[in-house]
Ligand binder design. Structure first.
Ligand code: NAP
Length: 291
């Protein structure tokens, strides 16, 4: 189905997000605002899908004529077995967050890492090439972010994690895919690595609501003038970012990653540029309405 056909159709373009739980997802408010701003007759629904119904739900995308869906926790890995074509980004990351339905053929993408990098470049660090990057954490989010960062040709990426084995395993796996100079270690190396890093990225949950007093590392170990980025967007500015800002660092919060992963998904479905400013405003408004 081309974007042109959808614009001409009398039926709305159907989109949604599958997850469990799903009620608190900000994706519907963001994408419905985007559809409206783009003048598209469409709707984006929260779809509460239990794990034992995932396969049936994916078949339902085709049966009901959905143009596509986002996939969120806990289905991002399991959903891959039910999709016809897996894009390289999703295959290497091992998770799908966006499905596109082309006349019954389902293609799975992962827009999280690309969304993160687009946000980092637009909002904080325009040129990543040649930079030394320290990534705190070695979970699913770290994997997607590092995959996308590696495409930008940084000098080196060092992964630091509380559980050292996860960092070394992730680094070895990504190196094995030819993604460049990637090292992994436990936190014992953090002070030395951070003193040299141009960009420090927190992908751990340390500092996320309600644990807003936590920091993943001592912020004084980060060199002044470095860029410090946090994937967390609740709160919008974590304690790590607040303390880094006070020390003269450029800071970058996680909201942009959420917006841009949605913007790239929107572009896959509809073939037109996403109205990013509208999407950001809609999410920020929903935070202030909620609090
Ligand atoms: P995950 O797969 O469960 O991995 C969690 C990682 O955080 C692991 O490396 C874990 O270390 C580390 N960690 C957890 N709590 C910690 C603590 N108190 N101190 C130090 N390290 C800690 O989770 P994920 O899916 O990667 O998500 C991680 C974060 O990214 C979450 O805060 C999430 O909200 C955020 N995120 C944001 C976006 C966005 O759109 N902005 C998208 C995805 C995720 P161990 O290995 O030692 O357990």
């Amino acid at each position: 189905m081309s974007a042109e056909n959808k614009f001409n159709s009398l039926l709305p373009v159907l989109l949604g997000v599958m997850g469990d739980p799903i009620a608190h997802s900000k994706s519907p408010v963001m994408h419905n605002a985007a559809l409206q701003a783009a003048g598209i007759n469409g709707m984006y629904m929260p779809l509460h899908v239990k794990p034992d119904q995932l396969q049936a739900a994916v078949r339902g995308i085709v049966a009901l004529g959905y143009r596509g869906v986002n996939v969120t926790i806990p289905h991002k890995e399991q959903v891959m077995q039910y999709i016809d074509v897996i894009d390289e980004s999703a295959r290497l990351i091992g998770a799908v967050n966006t499905i596109v339905n082309d006349n019954g053929t389902l293609t799975g993408y992962n827009t999280d890492g690309m969304g993160y990098v687009r946000s980092l470049k637009e909002e904080a660090v325009p040129h990543i090439e040649g930079k030394r990057i320290a990534v705190l954490g070695a979970g699913g989010a770290a994997r997607g972010v590092i995959y996308a960062l590696a495409q930008e040709k940084p000098e080196r990426i060092n992964i630091l994690n509380r559980t050292a084995d996860r960092a070394t395993a992730l680094a070895a796996d990504l190196r094995g895919h030819g993604l460049g100079e990637i090292g992994g270690s436990g936190m014992e190396n953090a002070q030395a690595v951070l003193a040299e890093a141009d960009i420090v990225i927190n992908t751990t949950a340390a500092g996320m609501h309600p644990h807003v007093g936590e920091v993943p590392v001592d912020p004084t170990w980060i060199r002044e003038g470095a860029a410090v980025s946090d994937l967390i967007y609740n709160p919008l500015e974590t304690r790590l970012l607040q303390e880094s800002r006070m020390r003269g660092c450029v800071v970058h919060g996680g909201l942009g990653m959420f917006i841009y992963q949605g913007a790239i998904a929107f572009e896959h479905w509809l073939g037109i540029p996403a109205p990013v400013d509208t999407m950001r405003r809609a999410v920020l408004d929903s935070f202030s309405n909620y609090n």
